[in-house]
Write a protein that binds this ligand. Structure first.
Ligand code: SF4
Length: 245
């Protein structure tokens, strides 16, 4: 088994043993998960929940209802999530695409092969790689790994990834090291987010209490690594298990 694969399996096992199942993604329907993935950009989940509650109360949590809703009304309801005009445009653009390309059917949408559907989602205004992959994984159960700032920070601090790796390269690191299992990817990403929020903070990480502490290479213990302005590890090529490709 390659070193990356062994390491990532061990990380997953340690995190799952420590926290248990995370039950992601919070959302009652596939469409609600998609809405949440769009609204969560640059804001807290609490703010997203407020906006989703507004949509539910206004009976707008379906593709057809969003399609018919006036943009001004939608923007008002999305206001708690921040960047609400931009998010209104993104939501409108997603449902237009859904109706134009898939007759408004999420079944048809998610029956599309993953690479093609990812390209289609990425072509929509306001949808970047993390949002596209969250939609694919959590709403569509496609086996893609969602990379976020926490994922990058943990890998860099453990010498598993070079700071210059792209989103795509980090996603490939997970996808090529682990079985293509959407449930595993679902759980692993959620566990990483939990770790990032509670232990692997940007400044002053709580390594001694973190379930991943035993995997921290001795040379990268706090005090030697978290002293740059970004709280990031100066990973060198010989330390990184994944060379830049
Ligand atoms: S808090 Fe420390 S041990 Fe935990 S993931 Fe971050 S760097 Fe690793």
């Amino acid at each position: 088994m390659p070193a990356n694969s062994t390491a990532l399996h061990s990380y997953f096992d340690a995190l799952f043993a420590a926290y248990g199942p995370q039950h992601w993604w919070p959302g009652r329907t596939r469409f609600e998960i998609i809405v949440g993935a769009i609204l969560t950009q640059n804001t807290s989940w609490t703010s997203v929940e407020r906006a989703i509650r507004n949509l539910r109360t206004a009976r707008l949590l379906s593709p057809n209802a969003i399609r018919k809703a006036p943009s001004a009304k939608l923007a008002q309801l999305l206001r708690p999530s921040g960047y609400f005009r931009q998010k209104t445009r993104t939501l409108k653009s997603f449902v237009k695409f859904l109706f134009d390309t898939y007759d408004g059917s999420l079944n048809n949408l998610f029956a599309t092969p993953t690479p093609h559907l990812r390209d289609q989602l990425l072509s929509l205004r306001g949808i970047g790689p993390e949002t596209a992959d969250s939609i694919l994984l959590y709403a569509g159960k496609h086996p893609v790994f969602v990379v976020d700032a926490y994922t990058r920070r943990i890998l860099e601090r453990h010498g598993l990834a070079h700071p210059k790796l792209s989103y795509h390269q980090i996603r490939k690191l997970f996808e090529s090291s682990l079985p293509a299992d959407h449930q595993l990817f679902n759980e692993f990403h959620a566990l990483i987010v939990h770790t990032g929020k509670h232990f692997c903070r940007k400044t002053i990480p709580a390594c001694s209490r973190c379930p991943l502490h035993r995997f921290l290479p001795p040379a990268l213990e706090p005090g030697t690594i978290f002293n740059d302005s970004h709280g990031r590890s100066p990973v060198t090529s010989h330390q990184s298990l994944l060379a830049l490709r």
